[in-house]
Design a protein around this ligand. Sequence first.
Ligand code: PLP
Length: 405
Amino acid sequence: MKMQERSQRLQAVSYGIRGPVMQEAQKMMASGIDVLRLNIGNPAVYGFRAPKAVSDAMAACVMDTQGYSDSKGLLYAREAILRYCKKKNIPCESVDDIYTGNGVSELIITTMQALLNEGDEVLVPCPNYPLWTSAVSLSGGKPVHYICDESSEWLPDIEDMRKKITDRTKAILVINPNNPTGALYPKEILEKIADLAREHELVLLADEIYDRIVMDGREHVALASLAPDLLTISYNGLSKSHLVCGFRSGWLCVCGNKKGAEGFLDGIKLLTSTRLCSNVPAQAIIPAAMDETLDSTNELITPGGRLYEQREAVCRGLANIPGISFVKPKGALYIFPKVDVARFGIENDEKFAFELLKEKHILVTHGAGFNMPTPDHFRIAYLPRADILEKACADIGDFLSKRAK
Ligand code: PLP
């Protein structure tokens, strides 16, 4: 048989969250070692379960969801999404502007394939959820990373963004609340991003999958709501807010001004048609999940709720480690601490994560997995219970103290 190499298109595609360190962890687990997985935002692993109304809806829909649906998705699912858009002032006109997907992941790839030609640029945050960087590259585009500034609570650096716009730039991506930093962007920053897009006629891409996971009484502002005169593709889904990552239920809404974008939007329609439809049972539960009387996410993110208390625990634990600093997350499921690499002699963050795994059986994701250019960060998904997180932080502290110079 001839050698079959990986396609060249995949050269710039990576997904460090499930990279070599995780593969080593899987081997360790297969050999019976108990590994604490702080590497991935998969709530079900830590005993989180879907709200009863959602799992009941899933159980009830099995008989009626066995056929393909419309490629855009079931009408009643899209109607529920449209109601949610109205609630958040997202200028999505009609159910025809909504597409369901097998998670937001599928729709990220679909939209990049529909939008980009060879060499087109997309402004992507740094650090960022790595699928975005990969999806831009896979589609022939060039991800251009703009700085999110740790010293300003990880907010996007607007001047850096401005400097990086060229005549090849097609879109600006905003992930808010952010993965991996947990930042939540205030309206003023979002307005400045919209101004830039307006000035340079760029598409806005708003990944708002964590929009319901916002703490301390803060409010999430949907980017599209600030820019009805621009084209925004707004992404959301049930994976995180309703704890059902495994169901693969996501959607995109085409918002605002569609003039001039007919070709791009036609491309989305074409690509979603070629894959027939997204998982139909996962669409059928959307009305139950988005029902306004269902307050399940809120219970998790307020004092006494699991996510809230776990965030507090991880912050307490990390604050006790000399040589670690962090910005307290305001939303999403993650914290992105900084390690004093000079103090601990760390040169390679993947090696750091690997050694932590081998020595303490704790799996984190190294910063480079989020395209961080310096080897001084790692991400913790604070999904295990508070006492487990506190013990994990103590173990990380012990691991580092032995390396202190
Ligand atoms: N966007 C962001 C920012 C994420 O963190 C994730 C998953 O972790 C996704 C999209 C993908 O979500 P889904 O499960 O809907 O594919």
